[in-house]
Design a protein around this ligand. Structure first.
Ligand code: CP
Ligand code: NVA
Length: 314
């Protein structure tokens, strides 16, 4: 049994299928397990901004009959030097689960290690597992479960989303492609290795490219993310935006994709930067469905983690 969801790579294919099946049920009937967290609380601790993950987490807890407790970065004594391990032990005494969004992945790992309750990663600088579950439920709704012959492409910054995209694609046995500038804004070597290692067992095909046109050719999905992530230093903005300019998702780029292709984005989006308005607001875009599934999937993860039903891939 896996206590936490700290990293995308920790999920097995079986776990993902279970979560997506349950999330599909929660999409049909949000209140089908309305007593699962009755008389329980879930702490949501965020040191970065959030629209979707916070709303999805709070509504997911409410739909399971529980009470969310939202804690903003400097609300906790952690900002004044209380240790992560003491904080983890205290939260474990009050809540049935903890959803955390912060900068360092190691802080989330440490919260998991010192908590007795499930800890869910709600985004770090290097990963975003709950987002990818919503993404793959959306993909499954659009294309069904048979993804053979399909190509799943991410273009843009080699950030947390690009890492999670590679890893979840590897778990799903997909042909998964990432195109980013080389060097500073490429995905990390360690994230690529993690995905390749999973792919060697799942049969997935991983391609890490620099040419956006090659990457999106005949793709079923084109995915992108903001070019300036939370925590990116302002002083790199102009250099970074210049390096990323060729990776903008335009109508021209989309014209190279498969005829039934879709456009995805975790949001928030910057129209005119990483994506043209005509694409994100056009007929191929599934962004609203994708955002809606943030709630259904977080509800499903919480449901199964609290019941001890996630196996993990160990
Ligand atoms: N996609 C996503 O995580 O959105 P928020 O930053 O608004 O939570
Ligand atoms: N890469 C973005 C994702 C936001 C959901 C960030 O980390 O800010």
């Amino acid at each position: 049994m896996m206590k936490d969801l700290l990293r995308t790579e920790h999920l097995s294919r079986k776990d993902v299928d279970l979560i997506l099946d349950t999330a599909a049920q929660f999409a049909k009937n949000p209140f089908r397990s309305k007593d699962a967290l009755a008389n329980q609380t879930v702490a949501i601790y965020m040191t970065k901004s959030s629209t979707r993950t916070r709303l999805a987490s709070e509504t997911a807890v409410a739909h399971l009959g529980g009470t969310p407790i939202f804690l903003r970065g400097d609300d906790l004594q952690i900002g004044r030097g209380e240790t992560i391990s003491d904080t983890a032990k205290i939260i474990s005494g009050f809540a049935s689960a903890l959803i955390v969004r912060t900068f360092a992945q190691s802080d989330v790992d440490e919260l998991g290690a010192h908590s007795t309750i499930p800890v869910l990663n709600g985004l770090t600088d290097t990963d975003h597992p709950t987002q990818l579950l919503a993404d793959w439920l959306t993909i499954r709704e659009v294309f069904g479960s048979d993804i053979s012959g399909r190509k799943f492409t991410y273009v843009g910054d080699g950030n947390n989303m690009s890492h999670a995209w590679l890893t979840m694609g590897a778990i799903m046995g997909a042909h998964v492609v990432v195109a980013t500038p080389s060097g500073k804004w490429a995905p990390s070597d360690s994230a690529i290795k993690v995905a390749q290692n999973i792919a060697s067992k799942s049969g997935a095909k991983i391609e890490v490219l620099t040419d956006p046109e090659v990457a999106v050719k005949d793709a079923s999905v084109v995915y992108t993310d903001v070019w300036m992530s939370m925590g990116d230093p302002e002083e790199v903005r102009s250099e970074k935006l210049k390096a990323l300019a060729p990776y903008a998702v335009t109508k021209n780029l989309m014209s190279l994709t498969a005829s039934d292709s879709i456009f995805m984005h975790c949001l928030p989006a910057h129209r005119g930067e990483e994506v043209e308005a005509d694409v994100i607001d056009g007929s191929k875009s599934v962004i609203w469905r994708e955002a809606y599934h943030r709630r259904t999937t977080i509800q499903a993860i919480l449901y199964h983690l609290v019941r001890g039903e996630i196996e993990g891939n160990h």
